[in-house]
Design a protein around this ligand. Sequence first.
Ligand SMILES: Cc1cc2nc3c(=O)[nH]c(=O)nc-3n(C[C@H](O)[C@H](O)[C@H](O)COP(=O)(O)OP(=O)(O)OC[C@H]3O[C@@H](n4cnc5c(N)ncnc54)[C@H](O)[C@@H]3O)c2cc1C
Length: 397
Amino acid sequence: MSFYSKEKNNSLFDIVIVGAGPTGIAFACGFADTKIKVAIIEKLPREVIANPKIDGREIALTHRSVEVLKKLNLWNCISSKSISTIKEARVLDGDSKYFLNFDHEEIEKDCLGYLIPNYIIKKNFYKRLKKLSNITLINKAECLSVHVDKQYASIKLSNGKKIKASLVVAADSRFSKIRSKMGISAFTSDFDKNMIVCRMEHEKPHQNVAYEFFRYNETQASLPYIKDQSGIITTATKDITSALIKMDNKKFNREMESRFNNFFGKMRLVGKRYSYPMITAYAKKFASHRFTLIGDAAVGMHPVTAQGFNLGLKGLKILIDEIKAAIKNKTDIGEIEVLGNYQSKLHRIAAPIYLATNSIINLYTSTILPAKITRQFILRFVNTVKPVKQTFLNILK
Ligand SMILES: Cc1cc2nc3c(=O)[nH]c(=O)nc-3n(C[C@H](O)[C@H](O)[C@H](O)COP(=O)(O)OP(=O)(O)OC[C@H]3O[C@@H](n4cnc5c(N)ncnc54)[C@H](O)[C@@H]3O)c2cc1C
């Protein structure tokens, strides 16, 4: 990887990626060992990209995602010591002891999926990026605007520079400014709730089981990490989450013990608590001439089903394949025909997952009686009707 300098005549690229988050970097790695000239624009300084701060997100990854990461040579960059396995996932409703169960044996694998802290993913992705000679990182620079014409996309940066590319790929988060500047709006849902995430140590072992407790108007979840620690996730109204954030550590520990009905015995906070607003976004289109969206900028999922980055990886793999096929066929990679293929393939995968996730949240946070009855019925229905359960297992694979 090289760093941008005005001395070198490097203002023309094949692909410019906006945003060096996990999606932007993973996408760039798809062009390793090619002659394709790629630039990544990131507003953060390179020291921060190289040493990302802990953000409380524990990322659950599916087997399919791991396959994509292996192809991009990113999986082998992450030490196995930082990776935990999820053997089983249990979903419980209200105060009922009945649970919907997903077991690794049902997908004929030794685990359902893997768990890795987000900052470790980001740190190791950057290490890989640094080794790639055809990638230029333009850091401490915000992408201000993109103008497309027949031949190029021209990008204006906050450092006063202008660069050109055949294709601009926006990976600048679910709140993507470039998406709206390019005239693409998004369907957004504000659930008017926050999610508090933190790591906690607990007395009783998690046995590599992930739990999701759907209470009324709130959800409480745990993701099994290494050394009897779990990622603890509370989704609730802003009043409740702001009280949880401010609570002193001892009180917070007792509060979590009681919210988990002493399921884990004594619990102790490790590190800080982090809060995220529950706003989802689905772009009305994923591509236009010389411009496309990936990752959260295309589809920003609700984290409750842990599908956001998994979906991002599926999408970026489709786009990498379309671009490589276009180059092989000597087709312009900014043409809408090329990007349109990506758009329709991603939409087919993403729309059902996005809609199902939002419906699950609406139903499982509802306090009205018909919803409470339906919730119980659905858990039993999914658990016992094999084809329905298989549909869910296919998403988890
Ligand atoms: C609490 C929580 C838990 C989650 N758990 C899971 C999980 O278990 N499994 C899962 O699959 N997903 C999970 N996700 C989703 C996952 O974290 C996201 O899908 C993923 O981080 C998105 O990455 P991204 O690179 O698309 O966007 P981001 O990580 O938001 O990165 C965007 C980057 O763009 C940069 N940027 C923005 N604007 C500009 C600009 N104009 N110019 C230059 N740079 C710019 C930003 O600085 C940033 O670096 C979770 C999310 C949350 C909030």
